[in-house]
Design a protein around this ligand. Sequence first.
Ligand code: ARG
Ligand code: ZN
Length: 877
Amino acid sequence: MRTDTAPVVRLEDYRPTDFLIDTVVLDIALDATATRVHADFSVRRNPAGRADAPLVLQGDELVLLSVTRDGVRLTADQYQADPQGLILPGPLPESFSLTIETMVNPSANTKLMGLYRSGGNYCTQCEAEGFRRITYFLDRPDVLSVYTTRLEAARADAPLLLANGNLVERGDIPGTGRHYAVWHDPHPKPAYLFALVGGTLDTLAEEFVTASGRKVEIAVHVEAGKRERAAYALDALRRSMRWDETTFGREYDLDVFNVVAVSDFNMGAMENKGLNIFNDKYVLASSDTATDADYAGIETVIAHEYFHNWTGNRITCRDWFQLCLKEGLTVFRDQEFSADERSRPVKRIADVRTLRTQQFAEDSGPLSHPVRPRTYREINNFYTATVYEKGAEIVRMLRSLIGPAAFRRGMDLYFARCDGTAATIEDFLGCFAEASGRDLGHFAQWYEQAGTPVVTASGQYDAAAGTYRLTLSQATPPTPGQPTKAPMVIPIVLGLVGASGDALPIATTNEATVDADGLFVLDSANATITFTGLTERPVPSLLRGFSAPVRLESELDDDDLVVLFRHDSDPFNQWQAGQTLATRLILAAMRGETVNTRFGEALGHFLDSDARNDPAFAAQVLALPSEADIARDIGRDINPTAIHNARLAVKRALGAELAPHLNALHGALQSSEAYRPDAANTGRRALRNAALDLLAAGDATEGAARATAQFDEADNMTERLGALAVLVLIPGAARDHALATFAARYGDNPLVLDKWFALQAGIPEEGTLDRITELARHPAFSMGNPNRIRALFGSFAMTNATQFNREDGRGYDLIADTVLALDARNPQVAARLLTAFRTWRVLEPIRRGKAEAALRRVAATQGLSPDVSDIAGRSLE
Ligand code: ARG
Ligand code: ZN
């Protein structure tokens, strides 16, 4: 059913459900077009609900076959039903059994929510509200039930049958060619964690022994013929399970843990209890087909979904407003895991890049919302960078504020106290308040107040007194529905650096306390810290490790920044100083000023000394701030072409200036060893690719030659794709040849072709629009597959700033047309694509007008899904 506007759901309207469903017994006969779902529920009145309320169950596009209560088949006048819901008016007893039979068509399910087909297999996606597309249910996260699932299918059609929990029975149905499997999950769970899989899959499995000696079979199932590419995911799963034991004391709690990779998936992956279902992009990897970034992504997402077993499944959310309770916390946990497995500073830099590109952009425009929103129309539109990434930053700040020991005690308390419940942010924070003895009332504001706080710093050195007065102030710009903002609790980790790079001692006179780790808590609009005992003017290094998700404006001059870039003991701020210097060069180039070369000199120095000690870090240093970073810094009247040109000019100048260093690095970092995706080799390849990219900007001829050689010689996807990414920016025969070679080599591998689609969609040239129209007709492209859409149209809209924001508006029209064409088929993916317009209001007037017209055209279209209608409406508010 398609509606123009869905009703608003409000946090303040939450009330407990009138009924509970303690057990769910499903008997599902899988069929490609006519799957029968027989569901038995044991229902009872919730003591916390209304005593005389009717039973109201949700449905979505369901065909109802029968309703039976306490063994008696109900007649049509005894209930009200349509595809969207089923109501039993009553009077109803305190407890009763209810049996519902429904029919669903998995092949017709193009929304990829509920039960659908992918690659010839059956799979499900139930978060947030997909279970109601399988049977009528109390489809809300605070209804926890014990599930038993019997699956039946033709053996030839689906030799493998999986559901949540442990396998209790399986067998043939003699003489029918059919077989069945019964799965039982003893852990009560909400319906959004239900899952089933049926089909022909290749399995890679091993035994995992938990800390207390329990044996668990862990398995990764992939589409037939892809088993060799499942090994890294299984390895990442094993490491994740061990890490959660050692770091948080969390053990796994079933006999099996299954991961299934499917090729059609709306998001990244899903943490269904004991049966995680993944977008195969986050499972499949081999040296020939996956980049180091893909390996890192697999490690992260495997860990993320596994960690949900405790933070999400054992403890779930009371309602969808509390989504960050599981998502922010679980992102924090997966970030910590990757930091422990790889380089902590490099992981932090990468995470902050994502936070700034995605979350800061979202938070500065019309789609800005609190980490815990107060209202929604379509919950699927709130699986956002704010809920996930900013949600993780809040947990990280909490740990800085109360310290790691109290944080761990708080987590232990949370696991002990809330296990088996559907919890809230208040429950979560309460555990940390208790464990630390701190009042977290003010801190809780981070969940309520949207927008990115701006922290301004200014300092005064008094040589005679040997003091340095640092004044910090904060302000948060207004966001939709929140015109005025209160001060937040902002943990600022800081240090003072002397001109020759020494760390200066920290002593303060006044109330303001800076603890031994350099932590100062800014919890009012302004504060002043007076540092004493100084014998030289210090350079303040503020917000070390990016200790809070804020924008920092400081008055450091270029010389100060060079000091930090050379000497800061905090790697994040060392990197940040380089980024700030580069940003200043780009902004100067936009004003037509001549390029100052102190950064080039410092970078040259860095490349010859520190860079080789930590190549992964050096690669981050070499990567200039993105066009989006610069746009965010400018903040208004954005002309993406002017930014692109200025950035390119700076990149060319740096590339030319540093050519000897870069050529040397590029040669020295070549390796003849067999490919390994470990941190050290990943870092080496990252730096090699970054060096190639910068040197090609400085000298296109030399760059194209080196890139072509790297492309031809590479024995791994990271270097092959790194070379191709450089070549696509240089028009000519070398580019055409490399693109054709790549397509021929990987013509039968859709995930690899996605990289080819994405690189071409990102080419900052006029011709890209026509190229995209042509690529959309490529036989490997399909509007039915979310990964293809994201690769081609998503990359264009999200990464190709000059072409999406063409002055003639044709980039906006292309995306608007694509959103409209996609909406009837897959509203979630369409709505996500439309968020590419989220910063339209800060564009210069001509582009702003064109973007607005495209958005209005979408918003005015009849029969929009609630998903797209919600994004279009809020974007225009
Ligand atoms: N819980 C999943 C994860 O982050 C995301 C599922 C979101 N799906 C959706 N249709 N909104 O791990
Ligand atoms: Zn998650």
